[in-house]
Every structure is written in structure tokens, then in C-alpha cells.
Design a protein around this ligand. Structure first.
Ligand code: NA7
Length: 548
């Protein structure tokens, strides 16, 4: 950060550095928001930390990274030409294909000319007099804009474990989010992976056959189910293209904007034979159907949840040869679907390979990383490479890293200290003209995310378009509307089993100071209800907001 004098000078000389809108982030959300605001004729600058577009798909280059949503449900829906021209190659696209797609979108709509790469926003302060946000970059550069839109992602503040000695390791080490652009050679190497969330599962199953020796450090097992990915055939491609309008219509109706919709039956309303047959069918089908299209009570009724968890446990026992390893891989402290369900391809079979071993870090905790490897309470392991698949300071972490200063000098971090307070998950009282796409309390973090991103962006675009037309230069959520929405968020989560479990979705991260108390961070009412609430607010002239 520059000293005051330099800062003032750089702001004064930031010729053309004042925009109608600044968007932070050039991932899926930032790219689409740029496209939409350009349509309004606004001057827009996107600030992006990475050297190119893609966000999540720019950073997460680890082997095996891929969608868990069907590819064709994940791409942008706003352009018929784009839908017609882009051919997804696999039902669940791998990261390189997704990044190619996002580059294609950036090229096609000439997005890069308004994106400033290799630039990180460190602070943004609302100037009440000018009704503008003053934005500071890590370089010291200052920009200003009437409106500030965050598109900074729910899983973009990667966290390393708080283990002593991290820097002392002499071999290679990577966090999966910060994976190098150059190929990484695993041939014959002794590799450690710490973490068995959705990311750990993808990388473990992918590199297991390549390593000389693979040691997985698992603290909590997860309920993983088969992805059943495969290439899209030509006949399927034709069908997908022809079916886009109907598919997007379906995605507007399902709670998470997936092609999978909850089964209306209760677990105990069918016979045991019907139940088993239904669950076998779900286990044999691709994607998240097993999570999203299960019986309606599996995620709310503890008995139903326990029965289905037993079903998945049986599958794990069948697939893992060593019974002790199988038991370690079966979650005992949480039920199926109460944490994010990793989708796997041969994950359990990886543990049948003679050179793959599993270390339970609850039984034998990691004490430190050493020059040569990892020391647990009962053993010393030597490695050539350590991979940290240790996750993120989720949902609020990317906000906490930027000093947003609103009216009265309060920071957003302070405002959210006891948990996020928002209106529609898109605004916070005391932070005028700031819009938080994919922020806490909005439906997008429990969603096939581009679908909810499009909804968020379209709503923001409507608001900024209305502001433009009506000459509105300041808007802000009222404290009452914020309190009502925050209460609504709490009410919606009541009775959901996931709230009783530690996970990134409940704000738990052992690697972040103070993130050891569960918080309700997500909107649980489903995307259609969320969309209706947002639309109603706009239709009522932005009820709950002050516009001037
Ligand atoms: P997750 O799901 O947060 O997983 C992180 C994993 O790392 C999880 O298994 C953690 O165990 C483990 N972890 C974290 N810190 C430690 C320490 N200090 N010691 C041992 N193990 C540790 O992140 P992912 O990247 O896998 O997935 C994030 C989302 O990205 C995913 O849900 C998808 O939506 C995409 P824990 O469970 O906390 O005991």
C-alpha cells in the first residue's frame, strides 16, 4: 500500500480511472456481469487477480478437476449462438475443457478489453459525498466507480493447514487451488495428499495409478458416490442442442437448478424391495441424482438418512478389499448428503492398489511437516511431494480478504463478525451501491452455480438499469430488510440435517482463526423461491431498499 501522499497522487492521476461500475473477479460471474453491464452502456472495469479469465477454472488445474454438474447444464444460457456452437465433449467436463470454453466466451464477446488482469483489490471505501466506491489495488493503483459488484467466488480463498513446519519441506508442495500451469510429474514419486473433500477425492483417484507411492491423510471421510462420466456421443450432442430450451425450463424449476429433482415419495412410504431397487438405480446413474433426486426426506429425517447412509456404506465395503480401510472410508459422524457429496470414479478402488495407503489423522494426528515429509503422532513419513487438498475459507473468506469500508467507516468484516447479515444475499446495510453476486445468504452456493449466477447477474443488471433510467446514484438495503432476510435464512435452515454437521457449508474451517462455530451461510429455500423473492423486491420498486 502506498503512503497517503502517493495514494492521493495516484488517485488524482488515475486518468479514466473512474467507471460506472467496477466488477471484482473475471470468473463465470464477473464475465457475465461485464457482458450485461456493457449492454446497458455503462463504463465497466473488471479487476482480476489471475492472468486470464476463468476464476475457479483458471486456478483449479489439479489433475482430475472436473464438473459434477452435467456440462450442458453448466454452460451459460444467455446466448443461443453460444449454445449452438459449443460442443461439450464429456457429460462432466474436465477443467481444461471448461477453461477452453470460458476462453471461447471471452473471445467471442470480446470481454478481455475491459478486464485488468494480474490485479488484486485490497480495499474499497464508499465515499458518501461523491456517492462512489474508491477501490485500491495491491499495486497501489486507485480506481473509482459508482457501483461495485463482487464476483469473487464462494471457494476462492484457499487455506493451508495450520501445521508447524509447512515451509521446511524440501520436496515439491502444492495447494490444489494454486496448481502450477506446467505439467507435474508423479512418475515413481512418493506423494502425500492431505484432505479428502471433493477436491481430494478427484486428485487421489487420478494420480493413484501414476505415483510410486501415495499416502492419503484423511481426517474426515465423506460419502462419495459414482459420477459415471463418459464421452458425449454425436447422437447425444444433437439431442442436447435440440433439448436446450426444455432443459433450461426444467432447471428453473428444480431446487438446485440441476436436471435432478427430488423424488416426492418418503423413504418409508415404499416397500423395502422398492427402496433398494430405487437406491440401486440412483447409484448406477450419473451425477448428483443420488443426492438431489433421492426420497424427499433423506436430507431431513434422521431415520431415512441413516438408512440411506447404510446403503452407501455397504457399497464402500463391497468396493474396498481391506475391511479396516473400508471402515475408515465410511463416515461415522455425519449422514449422507449433509456435507457436499464428492462424485468419484474409481476412488474406492484406488485404495486396493498396493502402493496406496490411508492414514487416519484423527487416530494419529499430523504433528508437523518436516524437511523430509510428514510426522504424525506415531510415524515419520518421507515424501517427494505434498499436496494440500485442504479446502477454502468458504463463502465469506474472499470478502474478508478485502477491506470493504461502508458508511460510518465500518468494515464488512466487522459487520459480518457474528455471521453474515445481508438483504437477498446481494447487499448489506451500510454498504451502499455494493452488490455481492454469489455472496452469503443467496441461493447460488447451493446451486448448479452458473444458473444462479445468471439469476444474480440479471437481477443486478435490472437494478442498475433502473437506476440509470431513473437517475438514481445511491441505493442501500435498510437495516430492517437486512434483519428480516437474515431471520428468513435462519428459518429456512431449520430442520436441515446439514446444519448439525461441521463443513465449509456451515462455515467451519480448522485452519482459520475463529471459524469453529457453525453459521448459516446459505439460502435453503431453493432457487425458484429465491428467484421469486428477488423478482418481487424489484417489482415492488425495490422494497426493503432506499434509493435516491
Ligand atoms: P473441503 O471439502 O473443505 O475439503 C478439505 C479437506 O481437507 C477435508 O477433508 C478436511 O478435513 C481436510 N483438511 C483441512 N485441513 C486439514 C488439516 N489441518 N489436517 C487434516 N485434514 C485437513 O475442500 P475441497 O477443496 O475438497 O472442496 C471444496 C468444494 O470445492 C467442494 O465442495 C466443491 O463444491 C468444490 P475435514 O473434513 O475438515 O476434517
Amino acid at each position: 500500500m502506498p503512503d497517503d501522499q502517493t495514494a492521493a497522487a495516484s488517485f488524482a492521476t488515475a486518468a479514466g480511472g473512474t467507471y460506472d461500475a467496477i466488477i471484482i473477479g473475471a470468473g463465470i460471474a464477473g464475465m457475465y456481469q461485464l457482458y450485461r453491464l456493457r449492454e446497458l452502456g455503462l463504463s465497466v472495469r473488471v479487476i482480476e487477480t489471475g492472468s486470464d479469465v476463468g476464476g475457479t477454472w483458471y486456478w483449479n488445474r489439479y489433475p482430475g478437476a472436473r464438473f459434477d454438474s452435467e456440462s450442458y447444464t453448466y454452460g451459460f444460457s444467455f446466448s443461443e449462438e453460444l449454445l449452438r456452437d459449443w460442443n461439450w465433449q464429456e457429460h462432466f467436463a474436465p477443467q481444461p475443457e471448461t477453461l477452453r470454453y470460458l476462453n471461447h466466451v471471452a473471445d467471442r464477446f470480446d470481454l478481455r478489453r475491459d478486464i485488468q488482469f494480474d490485479s488484486r483489490v485490497t480495499a474499497a471505501a464508499f465515499d458518501e459525498q461523491a456517492r462512489r466506491w474508491q477501490v485500491t489495488l495491491e499495486s497501489g493503483e486507485r480506481l473509482a466507480s459508482r457501483f461495485l459488484v463482487t464476483a469473487i467466488g464462494p471457494l476462492s480463498a484457499a487455506t493451508l493447514p495450520r501445521i508447524p513446519g509447512l515451509d521446511s519441506f524440501r520436496g515439491q508442495s502444492f495447494h490444489t487451488y494454486r496448481w502450477p500451469h506446467e505439467p507435474v510429474d508423479f512418475g515413481g514419486k512418493r506423494v502425500a495428499v492431505i484432505g479428502t473433500g471433493a477436491t481430494g477425492v478427484q486428485i487421489i483417484q487420478t494420480i493413484a495409478p501414476l505415483c510410486g507411492q501415495l499416502t492419503v491423510f484423511q481426517r474426515t471421510p465423506n460419502w462419495c458416490t459414482p459420477l459415471h462420466n463418459r464421452a458425449i456421443t454425436e447422437a447425444e450432442q444433437v439431442k442436447i442442442k435440440a433439448g436446450y430450451p426444455a432443459m433450461f425450463e426444467l432447471l428453473r424449476r428444480t431446487p438446485g437448478c440441476y436436471i435432478h429433482d427430488t423424488d416426492p415419495r418418503g423413504t418409508f412410504e415404499v416397500t423395502e424391495a422398492e427402496r433398494e431397487a430405487f437406491w440401486e438405480k440412483l447409484y448406477s446413474e450419473p451425477g448428483f441424482g443420488i443426492w438431489m433426486a433421492n426420497f424427499r426426506d433423506v436430507l431431513t429425517d434422521p431415520k431415512a438418512n441413516a438408512l440411506f447412509s447404510d446403503f452407501v456404506a455397504r457399497k464402500i465395503r463391497q468396493r474396498v478389499k481391506d475391511p479396516a480401510t473400508a471402515e475408515l472410508l465410511i463416515p461415522k459422524c455425519h449422514g449422507f448428503g449433509t456435507r457436499r457429496v464428492p462424485q468419484e470414479t474409481g476412488y474406492f478402488e484406488a485404495y486396493n492398489l498396493p502402493h496406496v495407503r490411508l492414514v487416519d489423522t484423527r487416530a494419529t494426528p499430523i504433528e508437523r511437516v518436516t524437511e523430509a515429509g510428514i510426522r504424525t503422532s506415531d510415524a515419520e513419513y518421507e515424501f517427494d511431494m505434498i499436496i494440500y487438498a485442504t479446502g477454502f475459507d468458504a463463502i465469506t473468506g474472499s470478502f474478508d480478504r478485502i477491506e470493504f469500508r461502508g458508511t460510518g467507516g465500518q468494515t464488512l468484516k466487522e459487520h459480518w463478525a457474528a455471521g453474515p447479515k445481508t438483504f437477498l444475499g446481494l447487499m448489506s446495510a451500510g454498504f451502499p451501491n455494493l452488490l455481492t453476486i454469489v455472496g452469503p445468504h443467496n441461493a447460488s452456493t447451493r446451486c448448479n452455480i452458473p444458473r444462479c449466477i445468471e439469476q444474480n447477474v440479471d437481477w443486478v443488471t435490472r437494478l442498475l438499469g433502473d437506476a440509470q433510467q431513473r437517475g438514481i446514484t445511491r441505493f442501500e438495503a435498510t437495516p430492517e430488510a437486512e434483519a428480516d432476510w437474515s431471520r428468513h435464512i435462519e428459518e429456512l435452515a431449520e430442520g436441515m440435517l446439514y446444519t448439525q454437521v461441521d463443513s465449509w457449508a456451515t462455515g467451519i474451517n480448522s485452519n482459520v482463526e475463529g471459524h469453529n462455530i457453525r453459521r448459516i451461510l446459505q439460502y435453503q429455500g431453493g432457487a425458484p423461491a429465491y428467484r421469486a423473492r428477488c423478482d418481487a423486491v424489484a417489482d415492488q420498486g425495490y422494497a426493503g431498499m432506499l434509493l435516491s
